[in-house]
Design a protein around this ligand. Structure first.
Ligand code: ADP
Ligand code: MG
Length: 507
């Protein structure tokens, strides 16, 4: 199948959507700077970029959710400045967000009715319109079903139908496949292409490279709020280029910790987990006093690997040795006792508890450990002292021991996590995108803290989509692709071509 053929349009057909020099800042922090985007009728246009690149913000602007600080938009050649999603809908723009907006206790038809305004007067009318649209575009849905009983894929179909019923001709899907199985993803992507071929325009936001090539006609790549590749025909981009465009060029670095490799701290042999394309498994060795950077485009097995290492998930097969001990079957707690520490990619999903105080978050793991060993006894004074000490040592701004952690900025919340994980018993640190989303200063602080820990003898596996972060700290760099190590080099021998090729799996 040739995905790159697009729909043939009569000459002079205006673009479906044009966005020119769009800028937008949140609380003074730029999220978009001179971003550009051009969408053509009849095409599926992928927007890719790592987390935080500005993809959702750009499309939220087109969908009337945010007003840009600067820039121009046109729909079908006409000037366009939507003040609300309803406004954008008048221009034929409809967006399906990452988090669905359905009333759980209502039926599908009731949800549609809520959305349709004067277009439908009764549940029956809404159900009829749904059924009709579903048939027209080839999506299956039962209007009488209660939303809470629907699968994720079904809910997504309801969201898409809702938007299409409102007359969307420009459909924006924000990371639609993130919540789907591989089979469901293929079905959805297939659907988007059929829709485009019928004359609509579809924007597909994703941070997964793999999906892009096969199902899209053109590609826009965003990085740090800028358009680094604008509307390139898929057939003309090399996959290797996309990888390096997404993560940026590797730059030379100064703060890298002194290399002093010692005893083996982490050894993975033929580790198999879901998402790997072949049976061969992942091998990896990490010594005390070194940083191994694991570069890769998100969605290539990084999450699964971290889950296997932390003990949150069992590998299908293969072995994990931690400080020389067979750890494959050990609980997360036992692994922690061996000195394993984790900074997860999502600090709140996997590390900190939003609603808890800073003192509780800092002492949480230690308490769990002691509770296991000799019964739970909270020593509030000690917890408080630890928090005071951590706040000072890690320069955690806006913090007090009894303040709720969610009140901290991202950078300061990350410091709370560091203060807890980088304790004196740490032997191995698994750091997953530790400075993602942080401002320059907080990011530098996090890197310094890791570098210092490694110079004092810790081993660090640094997993990141950001090549600058990888090159700042790593002594060796490996590339993960489809859950396997695609190649490894010492940091001094890493070149953009080598890494770009491996990132996209085209060595
Ligand atoms: P992407 O969709 O590519 O992952 P986003 O567009 O969501 O990226 O985010 C771009 C940047 O803008 C990020 O730094 C994010 O934290 C920030 N951002 C997005 N929405 C908001 C908001 N409503 N308030 C404050 N900051 C925001
Ligand atoms: Mg997003």
């Amino acid at each position: 199948m040739n995905a790159s053929s697009g729909l043939r349009l009569p000459p002079g057909t205006p673009e479906a959507l044009e966005m020119v020099n769009i800028s937008k800042a949140f609380d003074g922090k730029p999220a978009l700077e001179d971003a550009r985007f051009t969408l053509r009728w009849g095409e599926v246009h992928a927007i890719v970029g790592e987390n935080g690149a500005g993809k959702s913000t750009l499309m939220n602007i087109a969908a009337g959710i945010y007003a840009p600080d600067a820039g121009e938009q046109r729909v079908n050649g006409e000037a366009f400045a939507p003040k609300s999603p309803a406004d954008a809908s008048q221009f034929g723009i409809g967006m399906v967000h990452q988090h669905f907006r359905l009333v759980e206790t209502f039926t599908v038809a009731e949800n549609a009715l809520l959305n349709l305004g004067s277009q439908a007067r009764s549940i029956r009318q809404a159900a009829d319109q749904l059924r009709h649209k579903a048939e027209e575009v080839g999506l299956q849905i039962d209007p009488a079903k209660i939303v809470s009983e629907l699968s994720t894929a079904e809910r997504q179909r309801v969201e898409i139908l809702k938007v299409l019923l409102l007359g969307a001709r420009i459909l924006i899907l924000d990371e639609p496949t993130a919540v789907l199985t591989e089979k469901e993803s293929t079905a959805l992507l297939d659907f988007t292409r059929r829709l485009a071929r019928s004359g609509l325009a579809v924007t597909l936001i994703t941070h997964k490279l793999k999906e892009v090539a096969e199902f899209s006609d053109r590609l826009t790549v965003m990085r740090h709020g800028r358009t680094v590749l604008a509307s390139a025909p898929m057939a003309e981009v090399k996959e290797a280029e996309i990888g390096s465009l997404m993560v940026g060029e590797a730059v030379a670095q100064v703060h890298r910790p002194k290399a002093n490799p010692g005893e083996m701290r982490l050894a993975l042999k033929a580790l198999r987990f879901p998402g790997q394309k072949t049976q061969q498994g992942l091998d990896l060795n990490l010594r005390a006093g070194e940083v191994l950077g694991l570069a890769g485009v998100g969605g290539n097995g990084q999450e699964e690997l971290v889950a296997c290492l932390s003990g949150a998930q069992n590998p299908i097969s293969g072995t994990i040795d931690i400080t020389g001990e067979a750890a494959t079957a050990l609980s997360p707690r036992r692994r922690r006792e061996l000195g394993l520490r984790i900074i997860p990619a999502d600090r709140f999903a996997g590390g900190l508890v939003r609603e808890m105080t800073i003192a509780d978050n800092i002492s949480m793991t230690e308490i769990a450990q002691r509770a296991q060993n000799r019964g739970l006894m909270l020593d509030r004074r000690r917890m408080n002292a630890r928090a005071v000490d951590a706040i000072a040592r890690f320069d955690i701004r806006g913090a007090a021991p009894n303040r709720r952690t969610e009140l901290l900025s991202g950078g300061n919340a990350q410091k709370v996590l560091l203060a807890r994980e980088l304790d004196e018993n740490m032997k191995i640190l698994i750091a997953h995108s530790p400075s993602r989303g942080l401002d320059v200063r907080a990011g530098a602080f996090v890197r310094e803290a890791i570098a210092r820990a490694v110079e004092q003898g810790a081993a660090c596996l640094l997993i990141s989509e950001d090549l600058q972060e990888i090159m700042a700290l790593s002594h060796r760099v490996a590339v993960i692709n489809n859950g396997l190590i695609a190649g490894e080099r010492s940091a001094g021998e890493v070149t953009p071509e080598w890494i770009g090729g491996l990132l996209s799996g085209h060595a």
